[in-house]
Design a protein around this ligand. Structure first.
Ligand SMILES: [Zn+2]
Length: 391
């Protein structure tokens, strides 16, 4: 039998290999640490990477699990178990969600690893946040390369083309600024009228249209609007999302050692937490030149947030105070709204002046000896979650 004849019999298998490779590439090439556990993602669920142009999607909800990283959802699950101890998932109190709200350190180290921020999410510790706390005077590009970014992860059903629609459930990872924040705006009914239940799986829910313009550093997500549904979402998609809850596909708690070695590019020695001041192997180039393959590149918002004139009720920069009531130069990046703040540059620069004062110390204060005292570890504000829950 000739080779091509033999190939015919293996064609389906070979096609599956292509699909698997594509997924691996989308998820970061298989060599880097990701916020996803690739082994847990079913073969027929891929990652959605929308291109420039118009898009039309539904968000697919699922029943949350005990893994879901949100206190409110965990409380609801506890209540549901009290409400119906024999079959808690049948309890009317069991929460349904449509997104995982995450803070993520991106493209850390030479391998460009991604990690879920343990400080913002779980109030424990991670070497990236420790490094930032220990080095408050870092130049802006280095700071940006290490800080955590706010993202959302969804299950979506794409109607942009029949081919995309055919794919069914896909995972979408996107900065909050590009999608969730815009959708929150249009979901709010004026004069205290409540919120449009856009993530409902029935006809009350909405299909969401939006447009992507530009690419890379100049990308914009525009024109978000709701389109009425003509029918309920199909059962098979909802059942599939419930079978593979998104939170169960994530590496929610990466090992400290793994994060440390990725950040500093050297072996972790027990007890080195929080004391390591060496220059991390991450460089500003990681931020500027290598957008995330999964489309989760929140650094792009630095350019677009100004272009879109976010926060028009506030005065134009330069700012010398925080118009959102936070501590100027101190609370930089501690709140979700910092990400799209037009005064971010000024706030960051003020923070540097605070940490590296040009004035000599007051005579009454003891002069610093060898190095600056470590800055007090800031208490990060737990980001507010924006999750759909049906009763
Ligand atoms: Zn962190």
């Amino acid at each position: 039998m000739g080779y091509l004849e033999k190939y015919k019999g293996k064609k389906a298998d070979f096609q599956a290999r292509h699909e698997a490779q594509k997924k691996k590439s989308e998820e970061g090439g298989g060599y880097r640490s990701s916020i996803f556990d690739g082994k847990k993602i079913p073969d027929d669920i891929g990652f959605w990477s929308p291109k420039e142009g118009e898009h039309l999607i539904d968000l697919i909800c699922w029943e949350a699990t005990e893994l879901f990283p949100d206190d409110e959802i965990q409380d609801a699950i506890r209540q549901a178990k009290i409400d119906n101890p024999t079959s808690p998932r049948d309890s009317k109190l069991w929460p349904i969600v449509f997104a995982v709200d995450l803070w993520t350190h991106k493209r850390i180290g030479v391998a460009k690893d991604d990690f879920i921020c343990q400080v913002h999410m779980f109030r424990t510790k991670d070497p990236m946040c420790e490094h930032l706390n220990a080095n408050p005077g870092l130049p802006k590009p280095e700071w940006n390369a290490l800080r955590a970014y706010h993202q959302y992860i969804y299950y979506i059903w794409d109607h942009t083309t029949p081919q995309e629609e055919q794919k069914g459930l896909q995972i979408w990872r996107v900065p909050s600024f590009f999608f969730q924040e815009k959708v929150d705006e249009i979901a709010t009914i004026p004069q205290g009228g409540g919120v449009i239940p856009y993530s409902s799986p029935d006809m009350e829910g909405k299909t969401i249209a939006f447009k992507i313009k530009g690419s890379r550093d100049q990308i914009e997500y525009l024109g978000h609007r709701f389109i009425d549904r003509k029918r309920d979402l199909p059962e098979y998609l909802l059942e599939k999302a419930c079978k593979y809850p998104l939170e169960s596909l994530l590496v929610l708690h990466p090992e400290y050692k793994t994060m440390f070695e990725s950040l500093y590019g050297e072996p972790y020695v027990e007890g080195a937490e929080g004391e390591h001041k060496a220059r991390p192997v991450t460089s500003a180039a990681n931020v500027d030149n290598a957008p995330s393959p999964a489309g989760g590149d929140e650094t792009r918002t630095t350019t677009t947030r100004k272009a879109e004139g976010v926060g028009t009720s506030e005065p134009s920069p330069p700012w010398d105070k925080c118009y959102r009531g936070r501590a100027f130069g101190v609370d930089t990046d501690k709140f979700a709204e910092c990400l799209r703040c037009p005064g971010w540059d000024d706030c960051f620069d003020a923070g540097k002046r605070i940490s590296q004062p040009s004035q000599p110390s007051q005579p009454s204060q003891p002069a610093p000896t060898t190095s600056q005292p470590p800055a007090p570890a800031p208490e990060p504000e737990k980001p507010k979650r924006l999750l759909g829950r049906r009763k």
